[in-house]
Design a protein around this ligand. Sequence first.
Ligand code: FES
Length: 226
Amino acid sequence: MKGKAKIFRFNPRIDKEPYYQSYEFRFEKGMTALDVLNQIYEEQDASLGYSYCCRNGHCGMCGVVINNKPVLLCKQAASPEMTIEPIKSVSVVKDLIIDREEYERKLPKLRLFLERQCGALKEPEPIDMGKFEKFKVASRCIECFCCVSVCTVIKSSPHTFKGPTAYALEARHYFDPRDEQNRGLMLKSEGIELCIQCNACSRVCPHNVDPAGLIRLMKADIKNTN
Ligand code: FES
C-alpha cells in the first residue's frame, strides 16, 4: 500500500520561505514515522533534514509535529497520510531539525545543577528516596520539546517565559532535597508566573513528566515560602 507524507522543508541558508514537499512511500503495518523518513531519505531524497539518535524514545532528538500533534518520530506509528512539521516556537536549522542551541541559551540563568554549601557528610551519601518523588518525575524529561511546541505562553512571550521544558528541568533541582539555592526567587524573575496552567504541555508529554503539574507545584511553593 502506498502512503503519502507531506513534509515541511526549509533551509534558511537558501530558501526565502518554508514550503511543503509531498512524497509517496511504501506503507507497511508496524512501521514508525521514523521508518517512513528513513525510507524517503534512503530511496528518494537524501537532502531531507531530520534528527534522531536512540530510536527508542530516550534521547529526545526526534520530536516533530505530525498531523498537528507533537510526537516522537521513533515512537509514533506511521499512518498512510501524514503531514510532518518541526517542533513549533523554536527556530528551524533545516527542515525538521530545530535549533537546540537557541533554546539552550535560555537555560544558564536557571542554574541547572545541584547547589549546596557543603558536600555530602558521608560517602556514599545516604539518600532517602521517599523525598525524591517529584525529582524522579522531573527527571523523566528527555528534552524532546513536544511541550514547547504546544505552549501558547512561550509563543507570545519568548524572551520572558522560558517554556515548559526549561521549568521541568528546573524542577529536578527545585525538588531535590539536597539543593540549597533559593530557586523560588530565581524562577519568579525567570518568568514562571506567566504560565497560565492550560495543561497543554502535560497532555503531549511522551514521558508523562507533567510539566504543568510541576510548574503548578513550584508556583504554589514559591507563594507559600517567599
Ligand atoms: S530517536 Fe531518541 S527519542 Fe526518538
